[in-house]
Design a protein around this ligand. Sequence first.
Ligand code: PLP
Length: 411
Amino acid sequence: MTRSPAPRDDRCPSEDLSEFVYLDHAATTPLCPEAAAAIRTGLLLFGNPSSRHSVGQASHEALAGAREQVAALLGCPPAEVVFTGGGSEAISLALRGTFAPLRWRGHLVTTAIEHSAVLESAAALRRRGVDVTVVAPEPSGHVDPARVAAAIRPDTTLVSVMHANNETGAVQPVREITELAHAAGALMHVDAVQTAGKLPIDTLRADMVSISAHKFGGPKGVGALRLAAHHRVEPLVCGGGQEDGRRAGTENLPGVLGMAAAAAAAAPRLHDTAYREQRWELRLRLLRHLSSLDGVHVNATDPVMAETISVSFAGVRGDTVADVLDMHGVCVSTGSACHAGQDSPSHVLTAMGVGDDRARATLRFSFGPATTAADIDTAARATVAAVNQLRRVSGQGALLTAQPAGSAGAH
Ligand code: PLP
């Protein structure tokens, strides 16, 4: 039976996480206290930011302040920040918005490991007539810039590559790929949804960068697209001239203030070496625990984000292990939250050449700023016990001890 943190009148629901070991931060993160306070302010600031009167102007000023904070995270002028209804919308605006004014002509280069927000946008573009090239990753989980270079053509309009993969944590060479795209006269979009607030994204030189607040301590349903001043997109949402005509609709002030507060709260951690080292120690701690099992395989090699670990356990199903862990109060996922409930193996692992059995035997552990060594120990012990138990039940245990051990020690 699934227990869920029940909201109480006087407490933020995420405070009830004390009952759980939550290692699913790649799916979503608990709201940070700074964001919760800012959301409350945004709810009380009821004026329409477009109204001329004082009540409206108070909201207008709050919105402008939030835009500056999000611009600092993105490393761009505030005018280049377009607030959206989340990461998927930012990505759709970048991709569809670029090709719509071209009447769906041109060429898009993307990769097979992108989030479905990119892949489905690319599929929709292809149906309209855009030529799309999908570059395969290496077995390490990384996109080789040479393969992207080979895919870029004189008529390439846009290259879209994610900063870090949401399932494996593999960090992609987006800076190098951006240079390649620019050298060929193409635009570059980076899906930085998984890295915003965790790795610096202010030095990305892409023309468009997508982020989503709920992945770094902000609320759900709000995100942003960094849209370089030299690039105009056709809006997805038409109406009033909000967001400088790039995204119509009265702004989601509570959401935007929440996102900005989360961005400001995450900023000091980005360059805090001690904090980064602690994340690596947590990762290694988890892998050390798991290496007591045979038949363990880590699904990406360096460079990876410390916070996201994709591990396969031969002979068991990832979803069954995740369900057992949930009963013990440990929250992990089998891969992308967007595909939870689907039986098909992960498109990311499949593209990396991982076979169906290993892909289905995969768990994703992803941690956040509040994760402790004790959380890792609890989750890892529960995982080892669950895997051993399930292997015993299925008679896989004896089989595996006869096979060479996997690469659980790697990061
Ligand atoms: N891109 C990546 C890499 C993601 O992990 C996600 C969410 O899981 C998205 C895009 C979509 O973001 P949102 O949930 O805000 O629409």
